[in-house]
Write a protein that binds this ligand. Sequence first.
Ligand SMILES: Cc1cc2nc3c(=O)[nH]c(=O)nc-3n(C[C@H](O)[C@H](O)[C@H](O)COP(=O)(O)OP(=O)(O)OC[C@H]3O[C@@H](n4cnc5c(N)ncnc54)[C@H](O)[C@@H]3O)c2cc1C
Length: 587
Amino acid sequence: MGGTVASADRDGDPSESGFSTPSFAKSLFLGELHQDLVTPYPKLDRAERQQVSHLVGELRRITDELYDPAKVEEQRWVGDEVLTALGDAGLMGLYVDPAYGGQGLSQTGYCRVSEEFGRIDATLAVVMGVHQSIGFKGIHLFGSDEQKDRFLPDLAAGRKLAGFALTEPTTGSDAYDLQTRAERESDGSWRLNGEKRWIGNGNRDVVVCFARSEEHGHVALILTPDMEGFDSPFRYDSMGLRGNDLRHLTFRDVKVPEENVLGEPGDGFTIAMNILNNGRMSLGTGAVGAVKKLLDLAIGHVREREQFGQPLGEFELVQEKISWMTSYLYGLEAMSYLTTGMMDRGVEDVSLESAMVKVVGTEFLWYAANRAFQLAGGEAYMNDQPYAKILRDIRIFPIFEGANDVLRAFIALSGLKVLGDEVEGMGDLDLLGAPVRSGGLVLDYVLARVKRRVDPPRLTHVHPELRSLAEPLSDQVSRLRHESEALLRRHGREVRTKQLQQKRLSHVAMDITAQAATLSRVTALMNAEGVEGTATERFIAETFCGRAAGRVDQQLDRLERNDDDAMLQIARVAYRRGGSGFELYDT
Ligand SMILES: Cc1cc2nc3c(=O)[nH]c(=O)nc-3n(C[C@H](O)[C@H](O)[C@H](O)COP(=O)(O)OP(=O)(O)OC[C@H]3O[C@@H](n4cnc5c(N)ncnc54)[C@H](O)[C@@H]3O)c2cc1C
């Protein structure tokens, strides 16, 4: 069962994985464009495509029959009957090895099914994501054989539900700074004390919990709610995702047996970051699914509804919204599945791409939902329509699994670190401590880079018809390196505090990656189906790439010419005044 992604057409001197660099996105900051990581566009093999198609069909059938989003809101739970049906159909252990009763899907296959969950309902997607993307992912990735035997069969079958407990009342984005304590006892067990908040499935069957030990550093522990001293005193009342069971958890001298430690003591933080790194990809593809649904709704509405004697869809400002959603979706989808494909093909480090997909996907979804809402007019405001629930549900996406601004800083500083290691005199800047130490995985790029082959930054593998779109990428990548180096030289270690500049660099890297992904996607299509039959997709892709290239230029220009100082000063004034702005009329 399961499958492999079609093997890469690898060129260049191989690094350990056979690719010319361990990370496509980090290399951009070096002014390099490693096309063997992005071309050919990855695809699922035939067997896995069929398997995914069957699973998606089952998901649609089950949700058509059993899933009612309004009822879920009312009951504040997705329903045990639904979960049983999903579990029976294999939808709750999608990437789990068939030896444990799972479907054995690749990351791409898993994310494609997650896309469908996102299309159906955000609440269902989140409950499934909490269970599979983060809940038991740690057991799948880091569990011992015994732990996998003990937990995975029930979790994969949906007989049990998993949660992921990282966040605490005083520890949010800076997850490194956990206050929950786990200390090793003389018999090898661990004594756990502390509390967690906002934990999905927190009072269910299996919770992977992160804590800190004075002696060993961070530890990851597998908890079951029957453990003495483990309590879930209350459930949170949230504005959206109301069917997601969000819990407060307390631990008072909970005795956790030695065999429930995940990985090695001290590995807990790396394990948490690895899990989130994985989970972020399905948030990206979940956004793809949700935007597809929004587009269906919006197009249906503007074609039907008439005002001023014509369908709304005839107005240019309406068309502009639909076309923005369509073309941006094309780019997001290309980027999301390029990232999952990279992981499946064994690219060593996709931490930046994974963060990018999360940032781009969750924010695009938010703006797309607002535009679809706008087009539906006053009707969208009525609770018998789906829009209000969609907005309530998705508003948390840019915040959880790594707040987007933290991820932006993480993307830029990870790239700058790699560049700093290469630029003379800049090698020891310690850029990845606070405030981005909890942004994501910190992988050692330098070691693997020894074998890296550096080509001129050109995307030559794209279809000849697309060359004019590929050429600007060379200049964009060279400028990214040049401007990044200038920033490093100007600010040295202080670049850590320059978040407005980091944001620009991260957007440049995201838009370059999105263009490369899109060009690779269309090239694969043109190679398979010829130039003639693919004109429409090519046109959409061209428009997306043209706009992305424009954004890159704008961001790079703003690195030099901006009003950052003024903006930061206004914030300081506002803090000093301690409140709102200036009264125009005294009353
Ligand atoms: C519905 C829901 C479900 C959740 N599910 C889970 C779960 O299952 N398991 C779990 O462990 N947690 C869960 N969480 C918690 C979630 O992961 C956190 O909310 C998230 O990590 C952010 O932490 P915080 O809310 O404390 O925000 P804070 O860390 O206080 O940050 C607030 C804001 O400050 C800004 N900010 C923070 N740091 C920086 C920085 N370095 N630079 C610039 N800006 C910054 C950002 O704009 C950020 O959005 C859930 C939360 C919600 C609301």
